[in-house]
Ligand binder design. Sequence first.
Ligand code: GLN
Length: 311
Amino acid sequence: MSRFNSEINWQSVIDEIAEEVQPLLSEGKVADYIPELGKVEGSQFGIAVHLINGDKFETGSANEKFSVQSISKVFSLTKAFSILKDDLWKRVGKEPSGNPFNSLVQLEHENGKPRNPFINAGAVVIADCVVTNTDNSLPEMINFIRELSGNKTIKMNDAVFQSEKQFGHRNAALAHFMKSYGNIDSDVDEVLDFYFGHCSLSMNCNDIARAFLFLANHGVHPINNRKYLTPSQAKRINSLLLTCGTYDAAGDFAFRVGMPGKSGVGGGIAAIIPGLLSMCVWSPGLDKYGNSLAGVKALELFTTKTGISIF
Ligand code: GLN
């Protein structure tokens, strides 16, 4: 894969992509089931690409903050996996769900054990693992994300947090249902506050691209040199990103893009190529699966134009 790296003009690739996705920017629909997210202007677009050698490239609104939403599930999973190691998989599965991210239907058949850590039910179990095993869980999680992104100013958007909490009935239903199966140890409200808290963080494409670099570098962050995961754990998270990171569109995403990636309903998508780079695209207009419509296209164009993917 690195054969062609030195020949790639990353800046012109992402500038071309930003041009080519323009007609799509009005096609997606901004998430409004969290009313505060519905206020965002849908036609914005940005990309940041961070290579593990320290080079960085950006285009469009790469420094505009947006709601990270489910992208943050990767950070909480990293924390939970490093605490519980392989015992984590007793609580949550590793299979694609084939169902929407907030679906309730599989949980009863599967006795309260969510299919994977990236659907909401799975991320709520992960939240419980972190809350149950750490003190000051949310401030610690925010510090962890600040450290990964190298940006100490990252914080929650309180209006988004309140909006998620107020309208989070599905997530509350999932959490209580799993509690009835014994798969939530801590108090449900405490777990949900942690989950809504990390989802409501505001970050920009550069913050997220930099924060994901450790997954592109076998668990060690190439800029701060800290080891967050073993190479095997980093491999496992990347595998889950490929198979489950974009929910019931993960097959289509792998087919079109060929990179492990994680989307959020704020319109961001983080994606990596192990050994080479981490990137984030953002455009708030979503497709019917809850993934950024122009963002998925931008990543598809990225792997097509560069000829680089994980395959
Ligand atoms: N906080 C959002 C929710 O719980 C996250 C969903 C997402 O980004 N897909 O519904």
